[in-house]
Design a protein around this ligand. Structure first.
Ligand SMILES: *Cc1c(COP(=O)(O)O)cnc(C)c1O
Length: 639
């Protein structure tokens, strides 16, 4: 925690430490000497630093209001390259005799510009796509141009899906149907015969291994997807009886997303390799082993097996996977397959940052202790006052226990009419003064007693953020995921306040009160006091995976403005794409209103008011103009 020493000059280095930016930033974000968060998109050239506050200024000048989702294309490119280079290096190191092929699972972020950038930059490495539904397949077919890249079809497939996939196979796509359920095979074989096209088939296996983490329902014996071993054997038998075993080319599993522990990853690979060898023994040609997703993101920068982290690096992940595959297959004399992974989160999380401004704050202010108490003060309040005066770093816990006791007793006396309103107010003030003082004292300690950890939260300010948690960081609300959040400027000043963030949905769940902390999860975020006539901007980082389409229209706050940035080697940059967020009319139309009809209805109401003499015709024009401007406007707070 921040040491409160006004004499000591606050440095940007201290800010970097408080917010942990160098731990979770993966080399893409840092703090500049001016106190700005900067993007450092080129891991091999840290001299290129782009200031986020300067980007915000540029956006504002162009008329783009906060909140803005900023996508840094270079970071996405870099993550794709790192994945391929890491696998290549791991394979070269041990002499693996085949290649790595990545596929991007569209569901992780389906936005067109994401898929376009992945297929464009990923083209160098034959990076493919994974589709889990008809809509995703259709997008994938149109976006993927590289015949060497894989297109993996998971998910439930109907006749339309299958026919489309078969035709794509005929056109030359490297497209695999992965069997999720035994019943799918029948229909695929039927359509394949009808169209005279041989499909590439894969089987999704259920793993016995189950990993720790938030999203691991996909793994384990009880997972809802995939074939158990008995079903796998049935599939093999069916293919043999149809003389189609030559189509079985791929084995797939998906352990779940965000697997924090490398041991779970390794266990799963070993299990899958056994099954793979078994299928080869059965006479299937195979050739592809698809390990699904799971490569985690170190959101809190702790590098541990905690759910928001991972206890391995990308290089370690690749080395472990390659070694495990090679060892198990060499043992059985089976040829090395193409290794496929379906990493989504790890590719896209880093490249989006949600930028938002603070609209207002509600500060916790403890009134100072009075110099002396009035004559007629009841004894209990006097005792409370004495406890407040004598509190020190050595007796914080004891003093607070006393304070709670006295406060409750005083409230009891108030209920019975023995304490006046003014006396009770005095007692409450002394009480909150003590709580505040206790928090200040505790910040000097290295180790805060567990009973007192909630103290900071009790006296936190509320900072009102111009955004919707439900729209922009839904996992923060739904599964308690923690994202790195920090001010993007003023980092050369000490953050003297502690706050939780409330969004503008006015839902009591629309708040963020869990923040990253090297020792787990913090309940408050260190922030700066707001200045008059100066806006205060924060960023929520690493929000590129899953957050965009899972987000919803709670309180009809719509999509935010989105801007993509492409940074050049000399540090200059272009806003390569701007997508304006939803207007009020857009979100109303999503929930089946007809904006034209709403306009007509409201005009009729206004006209009635004119008729009845409540407003003038001229006022009607003003009101209608405000209504129309509102319809066309951004759903967030506009300046
Ligand atoms: C969601 C999903 C993925 C992506 O997992 P990440 O952990 O985001 O890499 C990969 N494969 C399948 C089948 C999935 O359902």
């Amino acid at each position: 925690m921040v040491k409160k020493d006004a004499l000591e000059r606050w440095t940007v280095e201290q800010s970097a430490e408080v917010y942990g930016i160098r731990n979770w930033g993966a080399g893409y974000f840092d703090v500049s000497r001016e106190g700005h968060v900067v993007i450092t998109p080129f891991l091999d050239n840290k001299k290129v630093r782009v200031s986020i506050p300067k980007i915000i200024k540029g956006l504002r000048e162009r008329g783009l209001d906060m909140p803005v989702l900023l996508r840094v294309e270079n970071i996405l490119d870099s993550q794709i390259s790192l994945l391929h280079h890491s696998f290549r290096a791991a394979m070269d190191k041990v002499g693996y005799k085949n290649v790595f092929r990545g596929v991007y699972p569209i569901k992780v972020n389906q936005q067109e510009q994401v898929i376009e950038e992945i297929t464009r930059h990923g083209g160098k490495y034959h990076h493919g796509l994974e589709a889990g539904s008809k809509a995703e397949l259709i997008a994938a077919l149109a976006m993927l141009r590289d015949p060497e890249a894989c297109l993996i079809c998971n998910g439930y497939k109907d006749e339309e899906f299958i026919d489309l996939g078969l035709f794509a196979r005929k056109m030359g796509y490297n497209i695999f149907f992965v069997l999720e359920m035994p019943s799918e095979l029948e229909l695929i074989l039927e359509r394949a015969k009808a169209l005279g096209i041989e499909p590439l088939l894969g089987a999704r296996m259920k793993l016995a291994a189950k990993a720790g983490g938030h999203w691991t329902e996909s793994g384990g014996d009880r997972s809802i997807f995939g074939l158990d071993t008995a079903q796998l054997v049935q599939v093999v038998d069916k293919l043999k009886s149809e003389n189609m075993l030559s189509c079985l080319r791929l084995l797939h599993y998906h352990l779940g997303s965000q697997i924090p522990n490398i041991r779970d990853i390794r266990t799963a690979v070993l299990e899958a390799c056994r099954v793979y060898c078994g299928l080869v023994d059965e006479g299937a040609p195979m050739g592809y082993l698809d390990l699904g997703g799971g490569l985690a993101v170190d959101y809190d920068g702790s590098h541990t097996n905690y759910v928001n982290s991972r206890n391995y690096t990308l290089d370690e992940y690749c080395a472990d996977v390659v070694e495990a595959v090679m060892e198990s297959l060499d043992e059985k004399g089976v040829e090395h397959p193409v290794i496929i992974t379906e990493s989504g989160r790890a590719l896209v999380a880093y490249y989006s940052v949600l930028l938002f401004n603070i609209l207002d704050t509600s500060r916790f202010e403890a009134a100072p202790l009075p110099k002396k108490l009035p004559e007629d003060t009841p004894t209990l309040i006097e005792n409370l006052y004495i406890a407040a005066k004598s509190m020190s770093v050595r007796n914080v816990q004891e003093s607070l226990n006393d304070a709670v006791y006295y406060r409750d007793e005083i409230r009891g006396l108030f209920r019975h009419g023995h304490v006046t309103l003014r006396q009770r107010a005095l007692a409450e003030n002394v009480f909150w003064h003590m709580v505040n003082q206790a928090a200040v004292l505790l910040r000097q300690l290295k180790q805060v007693p567990p009973e007192l950890e909630d103290l900071e939260e009790a006296i936190a300010d509320i900072y009102y953020a111009n955004m919707s948690v439900f729209q922009s960081v839904p996992d923060s609300w739904a599964i308690g995921q923690v994202f790195p959040i920090m001010p993007v400027h003023r980092l050369d000043e000490m953050p003297s306040r502690r706050a939780i963030l409330a969004d503008i949905t006015c839902d009591c769940d629309g708040k963020i009160d869990r923040f990253i902390d090297p020792h787990g999860v913090a309940k408050v975020l260190p922030v700066h006091d707001l200045k008059d006539n100066e806006e205060y901007f924060l960023g929520a980082f690493l929000v590129g995976a899953y957050q965009e389409t899972l987000g919803d229209l709670h309180n009809l706050l719509g999509d935010t403005n989105v801007v993509s940035l492409r940074i050049r080697e000399d540090g200059s940059y272009d806003f390569v794409r701007e997508v304006e967020g939803d207007t009020v009319a857009d979100v109303l139309a999503y929930v089946e209103y007809n904006p034209k009809k709403l306009h007509t209805k409201f005009r009729e109401t206004a006209e009635k008011a004119v008729r009845e003499g409540r407003i003038t015709a001229r006022e009607r024009r003003e009101i209608m103009r405000a209504f129309e401007d509102g319809m066309r406007g951004y759903t967030y707070f506009e300046r």
